[in-house]
Ligand binder design. Sequence first.
Ligand SMILES: Cc1ncc(C[n+]2csc(CCOP(=O)(O)OP(=O)(O)O)c2C)c(N)n1
Ligand SMILES: [Mg+2]
Length: 547
Amino acid sequence: MSDVPGEGHGGDHARAVFARYGIDTMWTLSGAHVFPLYDAAVRGEPAMRIVDVRHEQTAVFGAEATAKLTRTPGLAVLTAGPGVTNGVSAIAQAYFSGVPLLVVGGRAPRYRWGTGALQELDHPPILATITKQATTAFTISEVAGVLDHAVQVAATPHRGPVFVDVPMDELFGQAEVDLPPPNTPSIVEPDPDGLTRIAARLATAERPVLVLGSDVWMDGADDAAARFVVESRIPVVANGMGRGILPRGHPLLVNRARSAAFQRADLVIAAGTPLDFRLGYGAFPGGADVVHLADSWDQIAGHVQLTAAAAGHLTALFDGLLAAYTAELRRTSPDDWAAELRRHADAAAERDAALLAAESDPIHPARIYGELVRLLADDAVVIGDGGDFVSWAGKFVEPGRPGCWLDPGPFGCLGAGAGAAAAARLARPSSQVVLLYGDGAAGMSLMDVDTLVRHRLPVVIVVGNNGAWGLEKHPMRFLYGYDVAADLRRETRYDAIAEALGGAGETVTRPAEVGPALRRAFAADVPYLVNVVCDPEIAYPRSTTGV
Ligand SMILES: Cc1ncc(C[n+]2csc(CCOP(=O)(O)OP(=O)(O)O)c2C)c(N)n1
Ligand SMILES: [Mg+2]
């Protein structure tokens, strides 16, 4: 693909930018305002893949998951007005999760602006607070340059979504335009003195814990992080896309001993994750010192008294920290501490064994995971979209590799499931893809099983059907002694919906049926939904409410 789109409409110019950054998939739902982008996608050489969905949120969630799985910016094309506003929650989700995303919006024609054209809405002010940049390319001659810059902004740490809309008349127009010269992204090297100070503190720590978060994966630092852990022998708690950097079964992976780790630690190094509600806001019960490592300075926590912080390219950061630590005279050995946490983690796993094999009727949600985890290959992609049902997954499913776990991140928006599942099947054609839906969450994107069917994207879908918005029902009961607006129907046949849309599935009501049903789902060559009717009275034992 040439860097010179030359003569063409605005869609051709945009496509030249997409090609420059390896963006080969367009997530969209049709609207006349954006037709030139489709025209360029299908006429280009090679043609771009267009994934047309049933709701714009699925387009953006699909683009977000593409970016998470491939570490290439995702692309969603949304038609003007309601197309863009339907994408807003998913754009916010990508913003909170630091995911590079280019959202191109249609826009009412420039020559009619202010006269009441269909869907005439000024989008950038709506998007301003949930994007790194939201702007309009007002003329066709600006399209390539504005988009090129926007992709670079999205992909520069700390990553995030960007939005560009183009007036319809300009997008349909013709012009001869060159792309701006390619720009080599600058890499922010961490400050070596800062790393030396952190290494010195680590050398005196008796009970250090390292937290690996999503940005470690997104910044391509998963290998460097694993090297650092293996050499330093520090126990690890992983969250978000940091899960799998230490594969399941690794002796230093102590997610199952998380409470003990944070209660007893004297030093917590949090890498590539905000010190938010998921990490007790950075105030650990045992009063641990806290070191924050991030991909850029603007991510370093301002609300925590940090012992030290470092920011920059996370691979350079882990490698630099390892070199500095190796040069230190170690005054403590982390091995006894790691062994202590290992014992906690193993004891937790033993305690879980009974739950995972529970024969109770109605089905305990943990039983579903008891059956599922033994069927998962190392490279299986697991997607969580729901409340309690997905919290159980977080406890029981340990990925075998990095880049295989998709959760909503700190924005916690239900509804990403179908888009994420489609993206996962496309990004990992030969891997198992499992979508875990709460029955409530399922209602937000189940219609996009149609998209999975039309695009021939077989995935395994498991609905934890407790007939409730469980994660809200139980806390409301706890607070008020009753609950309201929290009930759904366990009789609802989510599998029949999948079937009606061209997929397949079955309903399971007995514990012994779960395993065989999952095996049939993995063997199917269409999207296959296993609707597991489970116990509404079981609440996930939660230690944090997120507020
Ligand atoms: C878009 C959106 N709306 C509402 C919520 C609030 N919320 C969080 S969890 C939850 C319940 C989810 O129910 P379900 O998917 O059935 O999972 P369960 O907790 O029952 O296992 C709700 C409503 C949210 N996070 N996102
Ligand atoms: Mg539910």
